[in-house]
Design a protein around this ligand. Structure first.
Ligand SMILES: Nc1ncnc2c1ncn2[C@@H]1O[C@H](COP(=O)(O)OP(=O)(O)OP(=O)(O)O)[C@@H](O)[C@H]1O
Length: 253
């Protein structure tokens, strides 16, 4: 279970996360445009950046966590430079109970066979796949996945989708691609704009809504973008969410 209460993250004067309160006890999607704070929120939950407020993972405050938690992530900060893929698998087997055979099988399924190569020799897409596989092959209770589809070929995205459905009962999956979100219709989603989180709302409901300017009393969600309010409403005239593809488009509405 992940509980955030009034969380703020500041990077030297930039407020990247502003007063976020969330209670996550299933797998949820976090959707938002570039620079909205998605990665920062995951970093805070993973204990990689300092935060104000409270973040508890299964009841333990993240900033006072000692040792390893029930949480796995594909965030690049977790992977040391200069190691081979085999080294990383072996370290994660020791410290996080990674299933080495399963990891090797998953790597083969996406065409990564040479375990003697260094992690930095992987392409951007291969690196994303490798990090996702290491995170999931630990069979984690909680997953934090940052843009697991980015730079991954369409055919391999299908594999990644099926793995995300298979592993981790709880957690946060970040993406800014609504097209991919449609594969998770039954999950709850949160939207993030300018460091503020809105939700939850079922992915299916969100994608079948339209976006209108202003505050609509029947809205599933009302978000604020650059000082303007936008409503996500069902059964009205407006820009169909399903056509927006990426949330960056709200900035040009
Ligand atoms: N290390 C850092 N130092 C200073 N500012 C940062 C740092 N990392 C992120 N930021 C700023 O914090 C804000 C949120 O960034 P973040 O990377 O969390 O967004 P994001 O939603 O993950 O974006 P993207 O989809 O582009 O990856 C942005 O304004 C970004 O410029």
């Amino acid at each position: 279970m992940i509980d955030l209460v009034n969380v703020e993250v500041n990077y030297r004067g930039i407020k990247a996360i502003k007063g976020v309160t969330m209670h996550v006890e299933s797998k949820v999607l976090l959707l938002g445009p570039n620079g909205s704070g998605k990665t920062t929120l995951l970093r805070a939950v993973a204990g990689i950046v300092p935060y104000l407020g409270s973040i508890r993972v299964d009841g333990t405050e993240v900033r006072s966590l000692k040792g390893y938690s029930s949480l796995s992530t594909n965030l690049p900060e977790v992977f040391s430079v200069g190691l081979t893929l085999g080294d990383v698998l072996s370290i994660f087997s020791d410290i996080k109970g990674l299933d080495g055979r399963r990891a090797v099988e998953m790597l083969r399924e996406v065409g990564i066979r040479d375990l003697r190569q260094k992690t930095y020799s992987l392409s951007t897409g291969q690196s994303a796949l490798f990090r996702t596989i290491v995170a999931l092959a630990t069979d984690p209770k909680i997953v934090l996945l940052d843009e697991p589809f980015e730079n991954v070929d369409v055919a391999k995205r299908r594999k990644v989708l099926s793995w995300i459905k298979e592993y981790g009962k709880e957690g946060i999956v970040v993406t800014h691609e609504l097209e991919l979100a449609s594969s998770f219709q039954e999950l709850d989603s949160y939207l993030i704009f300018e460091g503020k989180v809105y939700g939850p709302v079922k992915v299916g409901e969100l994608l079948s809504s339209v976006v209108t300017e202003g505050r609509d009393p029947e809205a599933l969600l009302v978000v604020e973008v650059e000082g303007k309010e936008f409503s996500f409403v069902k059964g009205k005239e407006g820009k169909r969410m399903a056509d927006i593809i990426t949330l960056d488009r709200l900035y040009s509405m």
